[in-house]
Design a protein around this ligand. Structure first.
Ligand SMILES: [Zn+2]
Length: 385
């Protein structure tokens, strides 16, 4: 089984990430004839259309400015046709890579945040006693390895599970997501999906939950990963990608075998009623070993329980089995460490967390023990002779 890396965050150019805003406008369909050349100087008497409400891959201001250069025959056509025509021109002069993806993504977010009306404003601000179960909160406040160990089970090495969210919080978050999706459908907003592997679900960071999720990572995930995932940057997590995924008959059904674009992944089941949908884990691997075989002790399957969290390394290979009935929604928080990623560039041995690097290292050690022993025996034989 060959395995992919799920990625997310920004609209992709090469990675095949979620939908690109404005991607439906693939090729300009308005033919450019000799009469339709741009004017050499702008038409100052013309008032351009506004393009602010469209999801485009160039700034709306560029379209408004360029419109003054359109040939007079183009000024009377529909706004859509003008967009197609101008986009065709822009694409010729600005290569894909030069368009500032981060800037476009900021604009995309801004557009949602300034138009979408949240249903439950309470969940946009971190409110620990309302969000978390008391046992979890106490363990975090005590902040010792022992207090954390006490609330966790580690059913397989590197997979930690614990009670995290109160049912009330899960319900509010589910209803907020539903409200957001209704808004998306009503205004026919073209949204970006959470990553390359899910067709359903929504990026929570895109509609106002980024600040709350940042606190969730800094104050509640980092203290845990500092203890249990120190060797993959667990103590220096500094950014996140937060989203929900939805599984069921009319949603995504299962999720293929993959690794996450994260150092540490928090995966919390929010509900609702469902059967199936188990997570399967198959060992942690570095880039070089990502497609190597699984050893029997690495095989582990986990059944989701609403409100319960699973925390694992992003490089822990996993997938989700089919949700066979009902509807399952999970919150995912991919936590990243820029420091770890920088350091990783200069390392070759990841035996502190890659199962295969560790196996190779042990094999090398064993071979060197065997070699030393036979060398000693040889010398002993020489001295006797
Ligand atoms: Zn390795």
């Amino acid at each position: 089984m060959s395995l992919g890396a799920a990625s997310g965050d920004l609209p992709g150019t090469g990675g095949g990430n979620g939908a690109v805003p404005g991607g439906e406008l693939s090729r300009p369909s308005v033919a450019m004839t000799s009469q339709q050349r741009l004017r050499p100087s702008p038409n100052k008497d013309h008032t351009p259309d506004s393009y602010d409400d469209l999801q485009l891959d160039f700034s709306p201001a560029i379209f408004s400015s360029l419109e003054r250069y359109l040939p007079s025959t183009m000024l009377g056509v529909s706004r859509d046709d003008k967009v197609k025509f101008m986009r065709g021109i822009l694409l010729k002069y600005l290569p894909h890579g030069e368009r500032n993806r981060a800037q476009r993504h900021r604009e995309y977010r801004q557009k949602i945040i300034s138009n979408y009306q949240p249903l439950h404003r309470d969940i946009y601000i971190m409110h620990p006693s309302a969000f978390f179960v008391p046992t979890f909160l106490k363990a975090i406040n005590d902040n010792t390895e022992e207090s954390l160990r006490n609330i966790m089970s580690e059913p397989s090495p590197g997979v930690f599970t614990f009670e995290m969210f109160q049912p009330q919080f899960c319900e509010l978050l589910l209803s907020e997501v539903k409200n957001f999706e209704q808004w998306v459908n009503e205004v026919r907003f073209r949204i970006m999906r959470p990553n390359t592997m899910n067709k359903y679900g929504a990026v929570l960071d895109d509609f106002g939950l980024e600040t709350m999720l940042d606190k969730l990572m800094e104050q509640f995930v980092r203290p845990i990963s500092k203890v249990f995932f120190h060797e993959v940057g667990g103590s220096t997590l500094d950014s996140h990608h937060g989203f929900v995924v939805e599984y069921g008959n009319d949603r995504d059904v299962d999720l293929g075998f993959h690794v996450d674009d994260s150092e540490v992944t928090l995966n919390v089941c929010l509900g609702k009623q469902f059967s199936g949908g188990e997570l399967f884990f198959r060992g942690t691997r570095c880039d070089k070993h990502v497609n190597t075989g699984t050893h029997s002790e690495e095989i582990f399957d986990y059944s989701h329980v609403p409100g319960r969290a699973v925390l694992h390394r992003g490089r822990h290979r996993h997938g989700a089995r089919a949700t066979t009935s009902g509807h399952r929604i999970n919150l995912l928080l991919w936590c990243r460490s820029s420091m770890f990623r920088e350091m990783k560039k200069y390392q070759k041995d990841f035996s502190s967390w890659c199962g295969e690097c560790l196996r190779e290292k042990k094999e090398r050690q064993q071979q060197s023990v065997v070699a030393t022993r036979s060398e000693l025996l040889r010398r002993e034989g020489e001295s006797k002779a």
